[in-house]
Design a protein around this ligand. Structure first.
Ligand SMILES: [Zn+2]
Length: 153
């Protein structure tokens, strides 16, 4: 895919963002899609899968645009599953992570570790918030670090 096409699809997304209300923009995850496109636009030089994925995304975005937001259930389903597929590809092949990846991970780890800790103190209720806040502290600092390194999708 050439830079011109890339430019076109980004323009379409900007238009869609203006046309649709906030709820729709969120539902379609257009901010995420924009970041994926920018990211994949660079990766197409070295990755065929990204090139293909970007083509699929272009087709579906054009369809959303042409349908004037009258998407049926199947369209949404296709769209969501394509997005999942793209994020998974970026995570697995290009070692990128989703926003809040470490925070989510360490927060659930914190809860899992906080539970037995609380039980040991004979107070489960105190273990959860302790585990949670430690997890949050570690996770958010790892996320901030990943952001600095440009590893967030
Ligand atoms: Zn790729």
């Amino acid at each position: 895919m050439g830079n011109e096409n890339l430019h076109e699809i980004l323009k379409d997304i900007t238009l869609l963002k203006q046309k649709l209300d906030n709820k729709e923009v969120k539902k379609l995850k257009l901010d995420l899609v924009e970041r994926i496109i920018n990211r994949m636009g660079i990766l197409t030089k070295e990755c065929d899968e990204c090139t293909e994925a970007l083509n699929d995304l272009t087709i579906i975005i054009t369809r959303i645009k042409d349908k004037h937001n009258e998407l049926d259930k199947q369209d949404y389903k296709d769209y969501q599953s394509l997005l999942t597929q793209l994020t998974t590809h970026l995570e697995k092949k290009h070692k990128l992570i989703r926003e809040g990846h470490y925070t989510n991970l360490y927060m659930s780890l914190g809860i899992a570790l906080g539970l037995p800790f609380g039980a040991a103190l004979d107070n489960i209720a105190i273990g959860i918030p302790i585990g949670l806040s430690i997890g949050l502290a570690i996770g958010s600092s790892l996320d901030a670090d990943a952001k600095k390194k440009g590893l967030i999708i």
